[in-house]
Design a protein around this ligand. Structure first.
Ligand SMILES: [Zn+2]
Length: 396
């Protein structure tokens, strides 16, 4: 059975407007899905940025259930440094404003944040579409999370006091209806903690910022307006411009009985367009830099291994020429769910399949977020002869 990967038109996730300017941002081969053209639209009514057309909901759900990469396979389910930083930041806000009671996390992955809240006295529950993630949460922390999409679960009204939805709203088709559902399951004095990537400071966005997984891009104004519309009143707002790999916004909001829409809190589509054009220009020169670096580093190497079976690898093939006359012998990914899939026809294999003892092989680390971590794993190996190439040299 082949997967239907049709794309569909969609209304604005914030104001339901259907017009605006469309910008093509890439054409990628996604492991487990296939080749996709990506287009974003700037809503002419409210200035929100969204993928439109977008991959159909069924195919997206299939992708998250089978290949979602939030289970930290390379670390046995344990969190990355970036995840630890985010958890720490969110817990300190929760502890500053709220006393322990009942918490429900939507898209809780392997339950790392919940495990820490449990330790400080919270009664924890959560959901995630990935069964692999749920199994790890049970094994590592003894937390039984519900497997499935939040919108499909049956949850009682007013059954929790805090809902956490971190780096999830940018992935879902109707964030407003999800927020309204959150409103229903919260007690009358309940709170919502939300964090998403923030459309600000494009000079801090990495190349490949517009990815097929992020179908809604929130600015501060747009996120506030969505929250107000769903019946929440923000009590704490923090835009982290220096957050890596891109700026994020965190809001703690309390449940109110008021649903509103602030005309003063929308973005000018023309200003948003300037911001995105500026980014696309600098992104293109960043890919040129990566291409030149690769051409240089791969001199004398015919055989190349790419480490990373994610979206970055699709982007790398699409945006550089350096690999076109090399033999890419395999793509390596530590996520067992990806084994056997392919990107642009090249098979994804597991780390134990490669021979780093060979002298004439170069390994390209194809990741922003995990570059240092992968480098540490590779360079610590015995009998290493292969050349390891880092594209970003990110400071940890
Ligand atoms: Zn809109």
């Amino acid at each position: 059975m082949s997967l239907d990967i049709n794309t569909l038109k969609r209304p604005c996730f914030c104001c339901e407007g259907e017009d605006g300017s469309h910008i093509a941002v890439g054409s990628w081969s996604i492991a487990g899905i296939g080749k996709l053209d990506l287009t974003i639209r700037i809503c002419s009514r409210c200035g929100a940025v969204l993928q439109d057309p977008v991959l159909n909901e069924k195919a997206m759900e299939f992708y998250y259930k089978n290949y979602s990469n939030y289970t930290n396979p390379g670390r046995g389910g344990l969190p990355s440094d970036d995840t630890l930083e985010t958890d720490f930041r969110q817990i300190s806000i929760i502890q500053k404003f709220l006393n322990p009671s009942r918490v429900f996390e939507i898209g809780c992955a392997t339950g790392n944040l919940l495990s820490k809240l449990k330790k400080v006295g919270w009664d924890v529950d959560g959901c995630d579409p990935s069964k692999t993630a749920a199994d790890i949460a049970a094994k590592l922390w003894g937390i039984n999370i519900q497997i499935g999409l939040f919108d499909d679960l049956s949850l009682d009204m007013q059954s929790t006091d805090l809902v956490i939805i971190s780096h999830v709203l940018e992935h879902i088709f109707k964030p407003l209806s999800t927020l309204k559902r959150v409103h229903n399951i919260l007690s009358s004095e309940g709170h919502l903690l939300v964090e998403v990537p923030c459309l600000t400071n494009p000079e801090k966005w990495p190349n490949g910022y517009f990815t097929f997984e992020h179908i809604n891009i929130f600015s501060k104004n747009i996120l506030i307006n969505c929250l107000l519309n769903a019946g929440f009143e923000p009590i704490y707002i923090d835009v982290k411009k220096d957050h890596s790999p891109y700026p994020v916004i965190l809001i703690l909001a309390k449940k109110s009985n008021h649903h509103s829409w602030q005309e003063s809190k929308i973005d000018s589509p023309a200003q948003v367009k300037i911001l995105i054009d500026e980014y696309l220009k600098s992104e293109s020169s960043e890919w040129d830099r990566v291409d030149k670096l690769l051409i240089n580093e791969l001199k004398g190497f015919d055989k190349v291994i790419i480490w990373g079976g994610g979206i970055h690898t699709s982007q790398l093939f699409e945006n550089t020429k350096a690999l076109s006359n090399k033999k890419v012998i395999s793509i390596i990914d530590s996520d067992p769910q990806k084994k056997g899939l392919n990107i642009f026809g090249i098979k994804i294999d597991s780390p134990d399949s490669i021979f780093l003892k060979e002298k004439n092989v170069a390994v390209v680390i194809s990741s922003h977020a995990f570059e240092n971590e992968i480098y540490d794993i590779l360079s610590g190996g015995e009998n290493l002869n292969a050349k390891i190439i880092r594209l970003y040299q990110r400071k940890s």
